[in-house]
Design a binder for this molecule. Structure first.
Ligand SMILES: Cc1ncc(COP(=O)(O)O)c(C=O)c1O
Length: 386
C-alpha cells in the first residue's frame, strides 16, 4: 500500500505511538485531576508533560495555556465562538477550511459579526497588505490558515501577526496542516491563538488536538463542566487550562499524542519540510510527462523553487478523469490512497478554478519514502497513458 493521504490523517503512526498508548492506558489510564490516587496523578502528569512538549514545539512559554480538545475543528470553534462578540468584524481568507469558514459564516448570517473574506494572489498566498487594508475599528479577529490543505502554500502568518498586533486585534492561525511540519513560534510571530490537530503531522491518534491561547486573549468557554479541582465554584474556573477544558479529557489519545510529539522533537521538526519537498520533487521528476496533468501553479514551485513555500501536498487533475474516478482507480488497481474532491475547502477551489469537481490530492508525511513517490508516479503515468 502507498499511503498519500497524510493531509487527512497520518498513517501509519510510528510504531512507538501505538506501543506507548497501550502501555500507558493499561498501567495508568485513570481520570486525571479527579482523584488523588497514584494512577490519576500519573494521568495528570502525562497530560502536563504533553502540554510542555507542545509548548516547546510551538515556542510558547506558558504550557498551561495549551488546552486539549477533539481536533482542529473543535479548537477553531472554541477560538472563534469564544472570542467574537456581537458587532465585531472578522477577517479571513478564501483559503480556509470549512472549520474556519463555517463558524464565521454562521455568525455573519445570524447578524452577530461582519466578515471580510480576502482573495489569494496568483501564487495562492494572502497578501499581508490586503489584511491591513481590510481592518475596521471593529475588527477583533483575523483567522488565517498557516498552510492550505488545497493549494499546499504556506501563508505569511508572522507578517500578518505583526499587522494584527499593531492594530490591537487577535490573530488566529489554523495550523492543522503545518503543526509538526513547519516550525512555529507563537510568541515570536505574534500568534494569539493557534489551533492544531493531533492526528496529522503530530503523529497522534484521531480525537486529539487543541488550542494555544496567548496572554492577550479574552475568551469565553462554551463547554463548561467538571475540571477536577475547585468543584465548589458555581461557574467555570477562570484559570488555564481549566477555563476551556470542562469534562474528562481523551487520556488514551493524549498518551499517543505525547509519543508522537516526542518522536518529532527527537527527529527535529526542521527536518520534516525538506523531506516532504524532496518527495514532491521525486514524484514530479518520476513522471514521464508531467504536462499531461494540471498542476494549478504547483508545477512552477516544485520545478523552479524546489517546492519552497509549500508543505508536502499537491492537488492535480487529468482531463480524461473526474478526480473521484482517478482516485478510485489508484485505490482499486494500485492500492494507492489519495483524496479526491473539495477537501472541505470550497472557497479555495473556487479561487484556483477547480470548483466543484476538486482535485486529486497527494499528501506525504514523515514515513513516506522516495520509492513510494516513484511507484505512485508510475501508476499515474499508467492510468494517464490509457
Ligand atoms: C487546513 C485545515 N484546517 C482544519 C482541518 C480540520 O482538522 P480536524 O479534522 O482534525 O478537525 C483540516 C483537516 O483536514 C485542515 O486541513
Amino acid at each position: 500500500m502507498i499511503y498519500l493521504d497524510n493531509a487527512a490523517t497520518s498513517f501509519p503512526k510510528p510504531e512507538r505511538v501505538f506501543r506507548e498508548m497501550e502501555a500507558f492506558v493499561r498501567a495508568s489510564g485513570a481520570n486525571p485531576g479527579r482523584s488523588g490516587h497514584h494512577r490519576a496523578l500519573e494521568a495528570e502528569a502525562m497530560i502536563d508533560e504533553t502540554r510542555r512538549l507542545l509548548a516547546r514545539l510551538f515556542g510558547c512559554s506558558r504550557p498551561e495555556r495549551i488546552i486539549f480538545g477533539m481536533n482542529a475543528t473543535d479548537a477553531l470553534n472554541i477560538a472563534i465562538k469564544g472570542v467574537l462578540r456581537p458587532g465585531d468584524h472578522a477577517i479571513t481568507s478564501v483559503l480556509e477550511h470549512n472549520s474556519v469558514s463555517r463558524p464565521l459564516n454562521r455568525l455573519e448570517r445570524d447578524g452577530v459579526i461582519t466578515l471580510t473574506r480576502l482573495p489569494a494572489g496568483a501564487e495562492h498566498v494572502i497578501d499581508p497588505e490586503d489584511v491591513a487594508r481590510a481592518f475596521k475599528p471593529s475588527t477583533r479577529l483575523v483567522a488565517l490558515t498557516h498552510a492550505s490543505n488545497v493549494t499546499g502554500t504556506i501563508q505569511p502568518v508572522a507578517q500578518v501577526g505583526q499587522i494584527v498586533r499593531e492594530r490591537g486585534a487577535l490573530m488566529l492561525v489554523d495550523a492543522a496542516q503545518s503543526a509538526g511540519v513547519v516550525p512555529i513560534a507563537v510568541e515570536r510571530d505574534a500568534i494569539d491563538l493557534l489551533a492544531f490537530t493531533g492526528h496529522k503531522a503530530l503523529l497522534g491518534p484521531t480525537g486529539t488536538g487543541g488550542l494555544v491561547v496567548g496572554e492577550r486573549v479574552e475568551i469565553a468557554p462554551w463547554r463548561e463542566g467538571g475540571t477536577g479541582g475547585d468543584s465548589s465554584s458555581p461557574i467555570q474556573p477562570s484559570e488555564f487550562p481549566h477555563l476551556l477544558e470542562g469534562g474528562t479529557p481523551n487520556v488514551f489519545g493524549i498518551a499517543g499524542l505525547r509519543e508522537g510529539v516526542r518522536f518529532l522533537l527527537e527527529q527535529g521538526v526542521e527536518t520534516v519540510l525538506p523531506h516532504e519537498r524532496k518527495l514532491l520533487m521525486a514524484f514530479y521528476g518520476a513522471l514521464g510527462d508531467p504536462a499531461r496533468f494540471s498542476w494549478y501553479g504547483a508545477e512552477r514551485a516544485i520545478v523552479e523553487r524546489g517546492a519552497e513555500g509549500r508543505v508536502g501536498l499537491v492537488g492535480i487533475n487529468h482531463d480524461s478523469f473526474a478526480p473521484a474516478e482517478l482516485a478510485a482507480i489508484l485505490d482499486g488497481q494500485f492500492d494507492i490512497a489519495v483524496r479526491a474532491g473539495l477537501h472541505c475547502a470550497p472557497y479555495a477551489h473556487k479561487h484556483q478554478g477547480t470548483f466543484p469537481q476538486g482535485t486529486v490530492r497527494l499528501s506525504v508525511g514523515i514515513q513516506t519514502t522516495i520509492d513510494d513517490m516513484v511507484q505512485a508516479a508510475a501508476a499515474f503515468e499508467e492510468v494517464a497513458g490509457g
